[in-house]
Design a protein around this ligand. Structure first.
Ligand code: MSP
Length: 507
């Protein structure tokens, strides 16, 4: 059985998580959980990008040592991910001694194989992005992302990235699904068509101290992106100086590795990184999954500099993790930009979780208590078409998730829930129960079974809520095989009603 490996970018520690970074991490968690659910071994890597100018400057402003800031922010990130029900396999930090040692080994290897050379650089530099630009790259005197640039001249070390352009183009052509969605793959090919320069991979210590020292020149630290991009291979278990079993484990994860990133960091991930891996003689990852931006009210990328930033911890003061996770999954079409606001999150929550899923649970459990002594009734003698639809929904959800059509997978479950709610409206088991109690039992059993399948299918998206729904039916975690089986519920099993699973927020 094939395995699955998913990573998020490692986040800068100059600021706490916001809805944008929470979005990426929740999606990775959901994908990881789905693969476990489909009974595939799965590994989920996330962490922090702790070196570089941003971290150094923020620490200076806060009158802290950079390491203190990193340690403090590591706790803030981990707490937020925990509050959002995110369960990663490994939390990677680039200030760990192990990472530093491995990055130095990798740099030495590149240096020894003559992929790194020394030269003088004169050009434009964006401090906030930590990226060098050529005159031709600038738009109205700013970086393509609109950031301020300054002119600098200094001696630096360069990676012979240009040598790998043709191999990368060939890889992209031979692997048309390397980058998802397709338009991003075309964007990268367009970028490469314009030519590829070598990459400056060092920063002089006189300008930046907070980084990994170059093993071959102690006056320099590594460019933060080179340090950061290497987290993925080391996080997946690569050991450069051994060919032992740990490297077999690395290769088995790596051949199935998927890397979630925002579209703003496409070039670093789809160009710089593959070139570095090729130079190190390492295989390329399986796929890069590039999502769009969450937009603020002005339809701009939600960010500290543009404003309108939503803090997930603040949202969690009034909303459950299920509400946020559900929005990230259903309210955004993967790959595209989408507006986000408290009201939009609430709308999805009310429409689907409160009025559809929650309502179905409440209705069935209340009626079962009233007419069936709080017990699961007898199943209908013949499989009801709704049960067949529920089984079909399982197949659809699996296919859609494996194709990264994430919101479509949720739509499929919502469609099933709509059908069941309509079925109840039509059959009116509350009336049936007065004259045809047995028939009312069949109706409620059918609804309860569909509810079980829906809760099972939504376990990776809204784990807490699904767990509670299943618990009220006397069930625990639904495996994939159980979820798609027919008539799992046993007649006579206690079904409990409880307080509304999805309470409406105060305001
Ligand atoms: N540290 C680098 C990544 C290095 S990975 C080797 C970095 N960090 S970041 O903290 O600035 O951003 C991380 C991710 O958050 C990026 O994928 C970025 O696209 C994403 N987002 C930041 N703002 C976002 C939105 N408004 N919407 C969606 N994602 C957003 O870049």
């Amino acid at each position: 059985m094939s395995s699955f490996f998913i990573s998020t970018p490692i986040y800068y520690v100059n600021d706490k998580p916001h809805a944008g970074t929470a979005y990426t991490t929740v999606l990775a968690d959901i994908l990881n959980r789905y693969h476990h659910f489909f009974e595939q071994p799965s590994f989920f890597l996330t962490g922090l990008d702790e070196h570089g100018q941003k971290c150094q400057q923020t620490a200076e402003l806060k009158k802290q040592k950079p390491q203190e800031l990193c340690d403090q922010m590591a706790q803030v990130f981990q707490k937020t991910w925990q509050a959002l029900d995110i369960q990663y396999s490994r939390f990677y930090r680039t200030t760990s001694p192990d990472h530093k040692k491995k990055v130095q080994q990798a740099l030495q290897k590149l240096f020894d194989s003559h992929f790194i050379y020394e030269s003088s650089y004169e050009g434009w530099y964006s401090v906030s992005e930590e990226i060098f630009y050529k005159e031709k790259d600038l738009i109205n005197g700013r970086s393509p992302e609109g950031k301020e640039v300054i002119k600098i001249k200094e001696k630096n070390y360069f990676f012979k990235m240009s040598q790998f352009k043709d191999r990368l183009v060939q890889h992209l052509k031979q692997n048309p699904h390397f980058i998802y969605p397709q338009e991003r793959q075309n964007e990268v090919l367009g970028f490469l068509n314009k030519g590829l320069d070598d990459l400056c991979i060092s920063r002089p210590k006189k300008r930046l101290q907070w980084g990994i020292e170059l093993p071959f020149d102690s006056h320099y630290v590594a460019y933060v992106w080179v340090d950061a991009l290497l987290n993925y291979v080391f996080g997946a278990g690569l050991n450069l100086d051994s060919s032992d079993s740990s490297s077999a484990s690395f290769h088995s994860w790596w051949s199935e590795s998927h890397h979630l990133i925002g579209k703003d960091i496409l070039i670093t991930h789809a160009v710089y990184w593959p070139c570095l891996l090729m130079a190190l003689g390492l295989p390329l990852p399986k796929r890069i999954l590039s999502h769009g931006w969450l937009l603020n009210k002005e339809q701009e990328k939600m960010s500290k500099s543009k404003g309108g930033v939503l803090d997930p911890m603040e949202l969690l003061n009034e909303l459950s993790p299920s509400a946020l996770r559900y929005f990230f999954m259903k309210g955004v079409r993967f790959g595209q930009d989408a507006p986000i606001s408290r009201n939009l999150i609430l709308k999805e929550y009310n429409d689907d979780l409160v009025n559809n899923l929650g309502n179905l649970l409440q209705r069935t459990t209340v009626l079962l208590e009233k007419f069936f002594d709080g017990k699961t009734p007898q199943p209908p003698p013949q499989t009801h078409p709704i049960q067949i639809q529920a089984q079909k929904t399982c197949g659809q959800v699996k296919t859609l998730i494996l194709n990264f059509s994430l919101n479509q997978a949720v739509f499929a479950v919502v469609e099933l829930l709509n059908t069941v709610n309509k079925f109840l409206e039509k059959e009116e088991p509350w009336k049936q129960a007065q004259s045809h109690l047995k028939q009312a039992g069949f109706t409620l059993y059918t609804a309860l079974e569909a509810l079980r399948v829906s809760a099972g299918l939504l376990q990776p998206v809204i784990p807490q809520a699904s767990r509670e729904i299943l618990k009220r039916m006397g069930l625990s975690f639904q495996t994939w095989d159980k979820t798609r089986s027919l008539q799992v519920l046993a007649a006579g099993q206690a079904v409990k009603k409880g307080p509304p699973l999805f309470p409406r927020p105060q305001k």
